[in-house]
Design a protein around this ligand. Structure first.
Ligand code: 5GP
Length: 236
């Protein structure tokens, strides 16, 4: 499969059309942004980590019955995917209080959540991805009620699969973001699953091993990504 025209360049990825209709190639960059692109930087090797880790996790999820856009890995930074009509909703699943949930509720970061919490956000750069509810989804015609029900069910299923899988690799899955889209008359999981889109803490020490090291200037950013790679993908 070969790359054709560039369809879209985002903050962390470039999406190219593939030479077969209905497929795209995701190219993973080392560029990092945070706070709606107010903070910019480079995390050396991040593209390789996110591409390879997403491939491992999409493959695991597909074996367990989750439809994902992933088809195959093409290179260190490229994966072949089904072309989705992306639904403009970011679905967040949370197992432990952190980030915006700590800010919104006043609960300390690290507070365990008994039953996973799901949140929906409107995927809109100009608006800064505001949190929305299902009424807003209906009003904005982002997805049908049936699609939202499927997305919520699937997000909980994915959490139920990822959490123990990553725990066996010594990682606590604190929270993560998912994106879904339509293709061939059904819904699929899209985007990526990586330290850019998940909060991952060392299961023993609670050390942050994800993009929060970049967002919060904690240092050791590249090292954290490489550590996650080593645990999830294997020795480099
Ligand atoms: P929070 O709402 O606490 O900022 O983020 C919750 C989780 O969703 C974190 O794991 C974070 O990485 C992920 N997340 C939320 N919004 C975005 C986004 O726009 N881009 C990326 N890469 N991750 C996001």
């Amino acid at each position: 499969m070969e790359k054709r025209e560039k369809l879209y360049e985002g903050k962390a990825k470039i999406v190219y059309a593939a030479n077969e209709p209905g497929f795209i190639i995701q190219y993973f960059k080392d560029d990092a942004t945070a706070f709606n692109a107010l903070k910019r930087g480079t995390i050396v090797g991040k593209g390789v980590v996110n591409n390879r880790m997403s491939a491992v996790l999409f493959t695991m999820l597909a074996k367990k019955g989750v439809p994902t856009h992933f088809v195959e890995t093409l290179s260190d930074r490229e994966m072949l995917c089904r072309r989705l009509d992306i639904i403009k909703i970011e679905t967040i699943a949370r197992n432990v209080v952190a980030g915006s949930l700590a800010k919104r509720t006043g609960l300390p970061e690290g507070t365990a959540i008994r039953q996973p919490v799901l949140e929906l956000y409107y995927k809109s750069d100009p608006l800064g991805d505001p949190m929305i509810n299902e009424e807003h989804v209906r009003m904005l015609k982002l997805a049908t009620p049936r699609e939202v029900a499927w997305i919520k069910r699937m997000a909980l299923k994915i959490n139920g699969l990822l959490r123990p899988y990553l725990r066996r690799k010594g990682l606590l899955l604190v929270d993560f973001k998912l994106e879904f889209g339509r293709h061939a008359g059904r819904l699929w999981l899209g985007d990526e699953i990586s330290p850019d889109t998940c909060r991952l803490w060392d299961a023993d020490t609670n050390e942050k091993l994800d993009k929060d090291r970049f967002r919060r200037d904690l240092g050791g950013v590249e090292e954290a990504y490489q550590e996650v790679y080593r645990r999830v993908v294997g020795p480099a």
